[in-house]
Design a protein. Structure first.
Length: 343
């Protein structure tokens, strides 16, 4: 019998995360190293994977823990699919362990995690949820997986980015610059996916309406940023900042002529911004108004009364006067469930 451990309160984890964007909150919670995962020792210690096995075991425990503590209702109307984020989280971690070129080791590890999920004894057993949430190597195994992940993260975060930039003046420039960087991402996929091909991400059509070029000019800080960029002083600063970059590029070009296959491996790049108290308080209202986080974290707690109560009183009152007004963008009206949308 697996060891009994205290149920993880994902509601509190999501609510306490310092991240603002939904995708970042998800990855932040999955990366949490302070959880008691001893309940999964028996199942995950027995998986067969390439060394270093101990690091994959940690992924296995976090994966099983999240899924078991997320009560799921299969909902075709869900706007996006958390299981895709979960698969990208797993893939990113396995690449950090084995390296991007060791595809067979990564594939083998995915199979081991799928086996663990298939045979782990959890209650209740939801067949639709169980089948949907299996680690799916085919979803993430692409040469341009980082671009695909970035695109899906943006799709998940779009309403937070656009809604906050449109209404919170102090956050507009920060989010404007994040949004603007996605223009080149759309150019990449438009080039490779027009017309839609089998090699394109299955979710690309859902992302198309959120192309930054269709709305970035309407953001309140657009004129200010473009004017600053066009000013002579900005041009001088831009030139000055590019000069060191040219020198570095020349140096790297010389170095690259002697590069080896080992030095060309793709590294995992994980960036986390640490937010202070003041920015969190300033943007909290926009976060809960323009994101599905209210419904999401309400659902992660399952049917536990103490979890549900967080949204309608106590510490969450300062974030949202009326939680129902935030809308269930991710989970529709299923307040007690996380939903997964079929692709």
């Amino acid at each position: 019998m697996p060891k009994q451990a205290k149920t993880i309160d994902y509601l509190r984890l999501f609510a306490s995360s310092s991240k603002e964007l939904i995708s970042e909150k998800f990855y932040d919670v999955m990366d949490n190293d302070s959880l008691d995962l001893s309940k999964y020792n028996e199942t995950c210690n027995e998986i067969t994977v390439s060394d270093p096995k101990d690091r994959v075991i940690i992924i296995c425990k976090k994966f099983l823990n999240f899924l078991e503590n997320s009560v799921v209702l299969y909902d075709e109307n869900a706007e996006y699919d958390v299981s895709i984020l979960l698969n990208y989280w797993i893939y990113d971690k396995l690449i950090a362990i084995y390296g991007a070129k060791n595809i067979e080791k990564i594939r083998f590890a995915f199979s081991a995690l799928q086996f663990a999920w298939d045979y782990y004894k959890y209650t209740p057993k939801n067949i639709s949820y169980h089948n949907k949430c299996k680690p799916n190597f085919d979803v993430v195994n692409h040469q341009d997986w980082e671009k695909r992940k970035e695109l899906y993260d943006y799709y998940v975060d779009y309403k937070t980015l656009h809604g906050t930039a449109s209404t919170i003046s102090s956050k507009c420039e920060e989010y404007y610059r994040i949004i603007k960087k996605k223009i080149s991402l759309y150019e990449y996929f438009n080039k490779h996916c027009s017309p839609i091909k089998k090699s394109c991400p299955e979710f690309f059509e859902k992302c198309e309406p959120y192309n930054p070029e269709s709305f970035i000019y309407s953001l309140p800080c657009h004129n200010k940023i473009t004017q600053e960029f066009a000013s002579p002083e900005a041009a001088k600063r831009d030139h000055a900042s590019q000069e060191p970059a040219r020198q570095v590029l020349q140096s790297e070009t010389s170095y690259d002529t002697a590069s080896t296959p080992e030095t060309s491996e793709i590294g995992t790049k994980v960036g986390h911004s640490v937010l202070g108290v003041a920015p969190v308080l300033l943007t909290s209202t926009a976060l809960y108004r323009y994101t599905p986080i209210g419904s999401w974290i309400r659902g992660i707690g399952g049917n536990r009364t103490n979890s549900i109560s967080y949204m309608n009183g106590g510490e969450m009152e300062g974030f949202l006067p009326n939680p129902q007004e935030s809308g269930d963008m991710l989970f529709g009206d299923t307040g007690n469930y996380i939903s997964y949308q079929p692709m």
